[in-house]
Design a protein around this ligand. Structure first.
Ligand SMILES: *[C@@H]1O[C@H](CO)[C@@H](O)[C@H](O)[C@H]1NC(C)=O
Ligand SMILES: *[C@@H]1O[C@H](CO)[C@@H](O)[C@H](O)[C@H]1NC(C)=O
Ligand SMILES: *[C@@H]1O[C@H](CO)[C@@H](O)[C@H](O)[C@H]1NC(C)=O
Ligand SMILES: *[C@@H]1O[C@H](CO)[C@@H](O)[C@H](O)[C@H]1NC(C)=O
Length: 176
């Protein structure tokens, strides 16, 4: 009983921490110019506290049913080191059943800002429009309390097991 109360108290105090996320850098790279290219990949600052990311991927080959995404969380500690999350997702399968909780959390954070929110096939450009830092603060980090510091989300996008593109999002976390 006492343990139970203690756990509830700790969970309660964690959720009252206000976590602020800011985008510090964004890197996009195509590994196969015949497959895809980025026409947008930037961070925009609206004011001191609000920033968003825009991405536009020109897709030159249809993705029918074979795409994998490797997602790694990194923490800056004398260089970026793997931290906590390292998953490889069969993207078309995930979009169909949305079964992996960790992946679903990441997906939920950006799906409302993006046209990647339907099942395969993909035969159109891929767009992320105004992904606000607030999306990450709400969906992702309320379940994942992190120390202040610099982090990154590295992602590798493959079709038929060949890496076609890389997107790395760098963030800073400040808990008040
Ligand atoms: C890829 O996109 C960049 C940035 O929009 C552009 O400068 C470049 O010409 C494009 N490359 C090809 C092969 O379309
Ligand atoms: C910054 O911009 C956002 C989005 O337009 C707005 O909601 C927020 O109130 C602004 N904050 C300040 C301090 O101006
Ligand atoms: C996907 O996003 C588009 C544009 O934001 C939206 O109109 C559509 O309803 C969404 N579809 C699903 C299945 O969430
Ligand atoms: C995707 O393609 C790779 C390489 O051709 C193959 O090894 C793999 O089994 C395919 N995956 C699916 C789900 O079809």
């Amino acid at each position: 009983m006492r343990t139970c109360l203690l756990v509830i108290t700790i969970l309660g105090s964690l959720t009252t921490i206000l976590t602020h996320v800011t985008f510090t850098n964004l890197k996009c790279a195509t590994k196969d110019i015949k497959f895809a290219n980025f026409s947008k990949c930037y961070i925009k600052a609206v004011n001191r506290t609000h920033k968003y990311i825009d991405l536009h991927v020109n897709l030159y080959q249809k993705i029918v049913d074979n795409a994998t995404v490797k997602v790694k969380f990194m923490r800056q500690d004398h260089g970026y080191k793997p931290f906590f999350v390292d998953v490889t997702v069969d993207a078309c399968k995930f979009l169909k059943n949305q079964r992996q909780p960790m992946v679903k959390m990441i997906f939920d954070a950006y799906k409302s800002s993006s046209n990647l929110n339907h099942t395969c096939p993909y035969n159109h450009d891929l767009i992320v429009d105004h992904l606000w830092t607030g999306n990450l603060e709400g969906e992702l980090l309320k379940n994942l309390p992190l120390k202040n510091g610099d982090y990154a989300i590295f992602s590798e996008w493959s079709a038929h097991n060949i890496v076609r593109a890389i997107i790395n999002i760098y963030i800073r976390i400040i808990n008040n």
